[in-house]
Design a protein around this ligand. Structure first.
Ligand code: ZN
Length: 394
């Protein structure tokens, strides 16, 4: 028998991300067809029914900052991280990714990233990309950021461009301003976000240039998505000010581990931002996954390099809800609906009829139980059941 086109997920507590209470969800192909109570069975069709009593269901996570084809390389050629594999993404609860390049815009290419994006779509999730890398002028596919966004369906913006970082190209404020204009008009003409994903480093200038551009000119604050905002206390304070002034702050779930003493733990950063008066709508979270991550010994010496995981999207969401006491629908919004709004992903981030059937299902202890992407169960009982082409498994 062919795979069922219709599926009904029954009796989960649904966070859409707002709490809808206990609901049933009808999936038709890759889409949510209905959300309601006691939805009728479809005996005339090949329809699979799954009981999720005792579980909570939320939109699949949208990770807006992932180094899909690898990142790093800052410790030499041997430290270039490998490409990410499908199940590394899905087992983190992530069903939509936005890929980008970082420090290395020479030996990695936007064309390779585009191919990876298309490959991940073929493997069952949803993927987009930013055009460019840390440097300015930034590498592109067609010769310009504006052209890339308009002509290439999968390109939604520019980045990650480095700001206030010793690894940036040390551009003038005007160069950032011109890039923002390129991305903005590209986004307008293609109906996309056209945002600039702005990697912010440890430099003392923090978001100074973004203030200069947006307060002395026509580019709105929302054209920029400054990220790694929790990497140190001084940037975090500037990020709170930025987000209270109408900008978006993107917290990186992958920084703040035990080796990163000056970083603010992501879940704590979210709580502190809310307490400081940042509107919840102005907070997003992304993983920075699949970039390089130095490994230290007990004395703090670098002894190797690892690869950052996207699992922090899941663990930090759990910590926001359980440890920080953030309302679940608010915290879930940071990794779903808020990201969809900022990146203009119109079929993502909500459990609602007409949206893509992307779900994360957790049990009563907030353990990852199932992950669904475009109507297909990718993770079952916490383990992947769908694998990428080159993943070895039994
Ligand atoms: Zn970065």
């Amino acid at each position: 028998m062919s795979k069922p086109f219709f599926k009904i997920l029954r009796n989960a507590t649904v966070y859409a991300p707002e709490n809808l209470g206990q609901k049933d969800i009808l999936i038709a192909g890759e889409k949510i067809a209905a959300v309601g109570e006691n939805l009728p069975s479809l005996p005339d069709y090949n329809c699979e029914e799954i009981d999720l009593t005792g579980c909570s269901l939320m939109p699949g996570f949208i990770d807006g900052h992932v180094h899909l084809i690898g990142g790093g390389g800052e410790g030499g050629y041997a430290t270039r991280t490998p490409e990410i594999q499908l199940s590394q993404i899905t087992t983190s609860g992530v069903t939509t990714v936005c890929g980008l390049m970082g420090t290395d815009g020479v030996t990695r290419h936007d064309e390779s990233l585009l191919a990876k994006v298309r490959g991940l779509e073929d493997e069952g999730i949803t993927a987009w990309m930013y055009s460019g890398s840390y440097e300015l002028p930034t590498p592109t596919i067609t010769g310009g950021v504006r052209r890339d966004i308009i002509i290439i369906d999968k390109v939604i913006g520019a980045g990650e461009v480095a700001l206030s970082d010793h690894r940036s190209a040390q551009p003038t404020c005007q160069a950032y301003r011109e890039l923002a204009a390129e991305a903005r008009v590209g986004g307008m003409l293609s109906g996309k976000a056209g945002v600039i994903n702005m990697h912010v480093g440890d430099g003392k200038d923090c978001l100074k240039y973004l203030y200069e551009i947006t307060e002395n000119g026509e580019i709105p604050k929302t054209q920029f998505l400054p990220t790694h905002i929790n990497r140190n206390p001084w940037l975090f304070e500037d990020g709170i000010k930025w987000a209270k002034d109408g900008g978006i702050m993107d917290i990186t779930s992958g920084i703040g581990g035990p080796d990163e003493e000056k970083a603010v733990k992501p879940s704590t950063a979210a709580k502190r931002a809310l307490d400081a008066g940042v509107p919840a709508a102005n907070i997003t979270m992304s993983s920075d996954g699949n970039g390089s991550m130095p490994i230290f010994d007990a004395e703090g010496n670098t002894i190797g390099v690892g690869v950052a995981s996207e699992i922090t999207m899941f663990t930090e969401l759990r910590d926001m809800i359980r440890d920080e006491g953030i309302d679940p629908s608010v915290a879930i919004g940071f990794v779903t609906s808020n990201v969809a709004r900022v990146l203009k992903l119109s079929t993502k981030g909500h459990v609602e009829a007409g949206f893509d059937a992307d779900f994360v299902v957790v049990d009563g202890d907030f353990k990852l139980n199932q992950v669904w992407a475009r109507g297909q169960e990718m993770v079952k009982d916490g383990a992947p059941i769908v694998f990428g082409t080159f993943e070895h498994h039994r």
